[in-house]
Design a protein around this ligand. Structure first.
Ligand SMILES: [Zn+2]
Length: 130
C-alpha cells in the first residue's frame, strides 16, 4: 500500500489519507494538507541528492510542462484553422448564391440574395441550434 496516494509536494512524505470528495485534500505522514491533485508520483528528491540527479529531475519536470504547453498550442492552432476553414466555406456558399441567375421565367422560389445575406450574418446557424 506504499505510495497509494502518492507523496507530499511540500516535504516528499508519504501520503497517508485522501478525502473522498471532488477537489479534496491529501494528508502526508508529516501532517501537511494539500490538494489531492498536487500529490506527486515520486517522493521529492532529498536535498543531499547529487547535482546531476537534481538537474535531470528539473529537466524531466520541465519537459512535461513544455510538452503540455506545446499540446495546448496545437489544440488552439487546430481550432483556429477549423474556424478559418468554416468561414471560407461560408464565403464560397454566399458567393455562389449571389451569382445565382433567375431562370428563363425570371422567377425563383427563393430570394437567393436574402438567403446569402442570412448565411453571411450567421442566421442559418441560429436556426439549427433551436
Ligand atoms: Zn508533507
Amino acid at each position: 500500500m506504499t505510495g497509494a496516494y502518492g507523496y507530499c509536494p511540500r516535504c516528499g512524505g508519504l501520503g497517508i489519507s485522501r478525502e473522498r470528495r471532488l477537489n479534496g485534500n491529501d494528508r502526508c505522514e508529516n501532517g501537511h494538507s494539500y490538494p489531492s491533485m498536487s500529490a506527486v508520483a515520486n517522493p521529492l528528491l532529498p536535498v543531499s541528492a547529487d547535482l546531476p540527479v537534481l538537474v535531470a529531475e528539473v529537466e524531466r519536470l520541465r519537459s512535461i510542462n513544455d510538452d503540455y504547453l506545446l499540446e495546448m498550442g496545437r489544440q488552439h492552432a487546430l481550432l483556429r484553422d477549423q474556424k478559418r476553414g468554416e468561414n471560407a466555406e461560408r464565403a464560397a456558399v454566399v458567393a455562389a448564391l449571389r451569382r445565382f441567375e433567375p431562370g428563363p421565367m425570371g422567377l425563383s422560389l427563393v430570394d437567393m440574395a436574402s438567403v446569402a445575406d442570412a448565411i453571411e450574418r450567421g442566421d442559418h446557424r441560429r436556426k439549427e441550434e433551436e
